[in-house]
Design a protein around this ligand. Structure first.
Ligand code: HEC
Ligand code: HEC
Length: 176
């Protein structure tokens, strides 16, 4: 008869999560509607514990088109990877093939008129200059990205170094 109390304790333990749900709902409730049942919460499609009122489905806006006007963009600082001003849809870029290098590798720039990958792209991590693109610069899209003509979601207060210097140095006439 030793197994009976054991089975009882196990059964009790098994109910614990269920007992915990109403308590946790209370603790994490974010609105006043505490009368909502668990079924209401599930029907709302929201994660449990956040209250019950309906769910608004917002459609994602269409993905904007990349800028493809072939005009090279000014960099914000000298070390910035320049952004891509042309179409790259469907360009293969994996272990087998690198479409970007068919124009940007040194030996093809005469025909393609694309700017050559700069010397940093030939350096390994010890600064040793290699004969071809270094493995750490092989996957171009890690650093170079296309642009789209859209408003940023978060405003950007970046000021480039020329502006910082201009604003830091008082005008020669002492501001008169
Ligand atoms: C068909 C040839 C071609 C291919 C393929 C190509 N590019 Fe280009 N790329 C160019 C040319 C030409 C320019 C000069 C601007 C222009 O005409 O669009 C350029 C410009 C750029 C620039 C701007 C450089 C600067 O100084 O502003 C970047 C960055 C760039 N490409 C990255 C890439 C990446 C990454 C890929 C692969 C996903 C790629 N390109 C594939 C031809 C090519
Ligand atoms: C780890 C980041 C990184 C990767 C990966 C990378 N680049 Fe760059 N790239 C840069 C940076 C940073 C610059 C600007 C400074 C410089 O020239 O090193 C640059 C500059 C360039 C330029 C302009 C060169 C010039 O002299 O104006 C081209 C073109 C370019 N990259 C193409 C490519 C292509 C094509 C690939 C893929 C084979 C690639 N990059 C991979 C970071 C990267």
């Amino acid at each position: 008869m030793k197994t009976l109390p054991m089975a009882f304790i196990l059964a009790l333990l098994a109910t614990l999560p269920v007992l915990g749900v109403p308590l946790a709902r209370e603790a994490f409730a974010t609105d006043q509607n505490t009368n909502a049942t668990l079924r209401d919460v599930n029907a709302s499609g929201r994660p449990a514990f956040t209250g019950a009122d309906g769910l608004t489905v917002q459609e994602a806006p269409p993905i904007p088109k990349d800028a493809t006007d072939d005009r090279r963009r000014q960099r914000n600082y000298p070390e910035q990877p320049p952004v891509i001003p042309h179409q790259i849809v469907g360009y293969q870029l994996d272990l087998r093939a690198n479409k970007c290098l068919t124009c940007h590798a040194r030996e093809f720039t005469g025909d393609s008129q694309a700017p050559m990958i700069s010397v940093t792209h030939f350096q390994d991590r010890d600064g040793q200059v290699l004969g071809a693109v270094s493995a750490r610069r092989y996957f171009c899209l890690q650093c170079h990205v296309p642009q789209a003509d859209i408003q940023p979601r978060v405003t950007n207060g970046f000021r480039d170094v020329d502006r910082v210097i201009r604003e830091a140095i008082p005008p020669a006439n002492g501001g008169q």
